[in-house]
Design a binder for this molecule. Structure first.
Ligand code: CS2
Length: 498
């Protein structure tokens, strides 16, 4: 059999790629850069960059190309790969029946690395052409206390940035420096659009950015508060980590050499508040929704999907499962997830007019069960200190207020305590830990759990939870069980039987 001719991904080869690869429908040379995006990981590339590519192809409105920005040395690999590929990459959409749709995305036009030259990034954000600066910096990147909403000024990088506003390390320094340029030039500001899984992500961004700016320049802080738009949004598309076999599949099965493709599910959703001070792509022409208030959508998504992931991530990891689909194929895990969604989350969700919640929940089970997605629990358990605080604790707090159910959440948090203490599953196999608070949590989780457990006293994550005797009692009994080597699955079964 003749071997497949492998083509490198770049502009020159776009026209000659195999027929089963979808390519941009517009002339990339004509694309202007209207968006600067900080945090070009898998999610940005499967979501906003995809929507924008689709939008430009559908409408021919080419003002909205995206300049990617990475701030840290760790982003250099992405910059180098994208630069070599003329900023093109392949989105591998994995359907649940095994089909893979391969599509080259053309909406990225450039990539700048802040740590190489902060001023270049600041100038790009401040440039007239830039209408939107968008962010996927992860929940942990917001550097705030989810329990109080306050910005963390103790972070050494924040201290550095306040002392060196011309050469910041964190995104807040960049945004404030660029907005300062706009203000001083008498220009209107760009819109700041958060695309992270945080409730009221725009409001949170505004609050912390204004607090940060106030430390540098009170007038600028007032101007930001008054003039800058921070639309809230709900974002959704499950995007697992790219594996070497994804890269190999493209090479050997399709004949395409892409050094960093992105894989994702077919499903996607983007619900956005329509508050953009300098215009925006009509993303609604390609499936996004603009609404006056995104609250019900984001609450539903964060508390069901993201928290559901966390529940499976913690319990599944202890049991020895590796992926989300593996968990939901286990009837005990599937039943546990369903009960968690129905009995702990649903009763405390805000009113959701026009949304069929039962259909949403069954779609979630289907999405989690997609056998081709293989979403690793190690990805789900990354940065758990931010995720538990934003995805799960608000549900527990609401239930405690309303005398609702919380035992499934308590078991999940107990499993996280075990995970943090042992850095291993119940059979002793090492688990990956990737969390800024890992050391602190490791210490606290190992302390004996009589009375108020040390682990729950991290107030930025758990707020007032340790004050609730009922919650603490359940939590302690689960922790005791896990440390006495009662299998996590039998604890789950005992909760399900009640
Ligand atoms: C996941 C999310 O990281 C996580 O814990 O729940 O990345 C999730 O896959 C996305 O929000 C889906 O839209």
């Amino acid at each position: 059999m003749p071997s497949l001719n492998v083509m490198a991904l770049n502009d020159k080869n776009l026209k000659s790629l195999p027929n089963n690869v979808i390519v941009p429908k517009y002339d990339r040379k004509l694309v202007k850069t209207g968006i600067v995006h900080v945090g070009v990981g898998g999610f940005h590339r499967s979501h906003q960059a995809f929507y924008t590519d689709e939008y430009m192809g559908h409408t021919g409105d080419l003002r909205w190309g995206i300049c990617g920005v990475g701030l840290r040395e760790a982003d250099r690999k992405m910059k180098d790969i994208l630069e070599n590929q003329d900023y093109l990459y392949t989105l591998m959409v994995k359907h649940s029946d095994g089909r893979i749709e391969n599509r080259v995305i053309g909406s990225l036009t450039n990539f700048l690395l802040g740590c190489d030259n902060p001023q270049v990034v600041i100038d790009k954000m401040a440039a007239d052409e830039t209408k939107i600066v968008s962010l996927t910096i992860t929940e942990a990147g917001y550097n705030y206390n989810p329990a109080t909403g306050e910005f963390n000024f103790d972070n050494p990088d924040v201290k550095h940035d306040l002392a060196h506003p011309e050469a910041p390390r964190l995104v807040f320094g960049y945004l404030v420096a660029a907005l300062k340029q706009r203000k001083e030039a008498g220009k209107v500001p760009f819109t700041i659009q958060s695309c992270d899984n945080i409730q009221h992500n725009g409001d949170v961004t505004r609050k912390i950015l204004v607090a940060y700016a106030r430390e540098l320049d009170a007038d600028l802080a007032l101007w930001i508060e008054r003039e800058v738009s921070f639309p809230n949004a709900m974002v959704d598309r499950i995007t697992p980590v790219t594996t070497p076999s994804d890269i190999e599949y493209l090479r050997s099965e399709i004949g395409l050499e892409d050094k960093w493709p992105v894989t994702c599910e077919k499903f996607l959703q983007w619900v956005i508040e329509d508050r953009f001070s300098q215009g925006r792509p009509d993303w609604d022409k390609v499936g996004a929704q603009f609404v006056p208030d995104v609250t019900p959508y984001e609450t539903m998504k964060i508390r069901l999907l993201n928290a559901g992931h966390t529940v499976l991530g913690m319990l599944g990891s202890l049991h020895g499962y590796k992926t989300i689909d593996e968990c939901v194929r286990d009837p005990v895990f599937a039943e546990f997830l369903t009960k968690f969604m129905d009995e702990e989350v649903t009763p405390v969700l805000p009113p959701l007019e026009g949304i069929d919640l039962s259909a949403y929940k069954s779609t979630l089970l289907e999405r989690f069960g997609n056998p081709n997605i293989k979403d690793a629990l190690s990805r789900i358990c990354l940065d758990s200190s931010s995720k538990v605080a934003t995805f799960l604790v608000p549900t527990v707090v609401e239930n405690l207020k309303r005398k609702g159910e919380f035992r499934l959440s308590a078991l999940t948090i107990a499993a996280w305590c075990y995970y943090s203490a042992m850095h291993a599953d119940q059979a002793g196999n090492a688990l990956e830990v990737n969390d800024a608070m890992a050391d602190e949590l490791h210490e606290l989780a190992r302390q004996p759990s009589e009375g108020i457990p040390a682990f729950l006293t991290v107030s930025s994550i758990f707020g007032d939870l340790p004050k609730h005797e009922g919650f603490v009692a359940d939590y302690n009994s689960f922790v005791d069980g896990l440390f006495a080597n009662v299998e996590v699955k039998s604890l789950m079964q005992s909760v399900l039987q009640v």
